[in-house]
Design a binder for this molecule. Structure first.
Ligand code: MN
Length: 487
């Protein structure tokens, strides 16, 4: 373990503190059917529309494992560089809750399907940290209670009951709220690349339980509190910031942290107690007698490994090898659709130029419109054509920006638009010389400036560009001006 980084430490009244964070992330498996029944997992159905007799825990019903959910868990394990356990066991986790009709959750306890792995997290400041994965196990989701439908009754919707979840448990390797947010973002990105979870936090497809404790830098671990079901990356950061401060204040006031489960209130930006350790459940885990141990062969695992898509880390390595900065690569790989778009534009073209246009112009424009890249009004082919027009000298970078706007709004073939609207830049030296001669003749003072300070040539370039309505080739203008002014 690396020494505590000074920049991560939190200043208390009595000195510095280090926050230690581990996360348990519940990720809904992308699959048409539930973990142990054929009922649909579709989001947004009418209450209790997607409930089989198994999900409703009718007496005598038996669970049957959904092989696709198992494959998804294995794919995820492989994407997390983790140990795949060829034999794993489903256990019953016993507790009563009105939205859990079985009276127990089928989960995995001592023998999960996926063991230890690692996620490399690149931070905004250029540093990277490796967060260990402790395990990944498969389990059922519970239903949902509706308390606002009737004045005196609560209703239950079992549509989610039995939906497959992957619980991904990290090691307590996270040392700041920034790292925690970056870890969750990276994990979500990996899941999306793999296609094993849609990562939609608003729909509850991804929820984080965040374990937070504080200690003196390098000292023994403190008592932790668990913040349950945080449903946005931003809230994870806020919850950790608040919780660390709360714990530091208690300890510095001479108190002790009680191990407990807490909830984050996004409106107040604070955590509050939900249940203490005294109320902690004894889940009386035991192997589910309705299910055989889950056995995989190495050949099955190898076949899934062979089909894995390229993941964010590999993509980043390839992009930086092509000349992109780490920052640009991070922006482009965050979403697979963005990376795909960039690759289509960059194919056979200058990678750096393509990256600049995708990041600054396209993503900027999408952001302004509040739409995703899948809804872009400019295709990769059209953007590629604009880049080609710049490269072959047909248009200047400035005109290219105008062309981008025109194509965005009106569509069409960029090359045809340039021809039809006379947007081609002027490289005809004769025509440019005429413009330059005029401007030089009218501005003897500026000529003197430029002779004294060659940087002042920029003023002339600007004038020529203006006089040509942006169509003059800046390189040709520069060369001609240098010759005329004797620089
Ligand atoms: Mn769980």
């Amino acid at each position: 373990m690396t020494a505590a980084r000074k920049s991560n430490l939190i200043k208390g009244a009595t000195g510095d503190w280090e926050v230690v964070v581990g996360m348990e992330v519940h990720a809904q498996v992308s699959s048409d059917a539930k973990l142990f029944s054929g009922a649909s997992t579709e989001f947004g159905g009418a209450p209790n529309d997607h409930v089989s007799l198994v999900d409703a825990a009718m007496p005598g019903m038996l669970p049957v494992i959904n092989a696709e959910c198992v494959r998804q868990a294995v794919r995820t394990g492989l994407g997390l560089q983790a140990q795949i356990n060829l034999k794993s066991v489903f256990d019953r986790k016993n507790y009563f809750y009105p939205d859990l009709p079985q009276g127990y959750q089928i989960s995995q306890y001592k023998q999960p399907v996926v063991g230890e792995g690692a996620v490399v997290v690149d931070l905004a400041n250029g540093e990277s940290v490796t967060v260990g994965i402790e395990r990944l196990h498969l389990e059922q989701d519970a239903g949902k209670l509706l308390h606002d439908q009737h004045p005196t009754y609560s209703y239950v919707d079992l549509n989610r009951s039995g939906v497959a979840l992957m619980e991904i448990v990290s090691k307590p390797d996270i040392r700041s709220s920034e790292q925690a947010k970056a870890y969750l973002a990276k994990l979500r990105s990996i899941l999306r690349y793999l296609g094993t979870c849609d990562g939609d936090m608003e729909k509850g497809s991804l929820r984080a339980d965040v374990n937070v404790s504080v200690r003196r830098p390098g000292g023994p671990l403190g008592t932790r509190c668990e913040i349950k079901n945080v449903n946005s990356i931003r809230f994870v950061g806020q919850a950790i910031e608040h919780e660390a401060r709360r714990q530091i204040e208690i300890i510095e006031d001479g108190g002790a942290i009680e191990q407990e489960t807490r909830l984050f209130d996004p409106d107040k930006g604070e955590t509050r107690s939900m249940r203490s350790k005294e109320e902690a459940h004894d889940y009386r885990y035991f192997p589910d007698p309705d299910l055989l141990p889950l056995e995989l062969t190495q050949a099955e695992v190898d076949a899934l490994k062979a089909e894995l898509p390229e993941l964010p880390d590999e993509k980043k390595a390839r992009f930086t090898a092509a000349g992109l900065s780490g920052y640009d690569a991070d922006v482009l790989i965050a979403e697979r659709a963005t990376a795909d778009f960039f690759e289509a534009v960059a194919k056979g073209r200058d990678a750096k130029g393509a990256a600049n246009w995708v990041i600054n112009d396209l993503l900027g424009r999408l952001n302004k419109e509040g739409i995703a890249i899948e809804q872009s009004r400019l295709s990769a082919e059209q953007l590629g054509a604009i880049l080609d027009l710049i490269k072959d000298g047909s248009i200047s970078g400035k005109i290219a920006k105008d062309l981008f706007e025109i194509v965005w709004i009106e569509g069409g073939d960029p090359r045809a638009i340039v021809e039809a609207r006379g947007m081609k830049q002027v490289t005809d030296t004769g025509a440019l010389e005429k413009l330059i001669d005029g401007i030089v003749a009218q501005n003897p003072d500026k000529v003197a400036d430029a002779k004294a300070n060659p940087k002042a040539i920029g003023w002339f370039v600007g004038q020529v560009m203006k006089a040509s309505a942006g169509k003059a080739n800046p390189q040709a203008v520069n060369e001609l001006l240098r010759a005329k002014l004797g620089l």
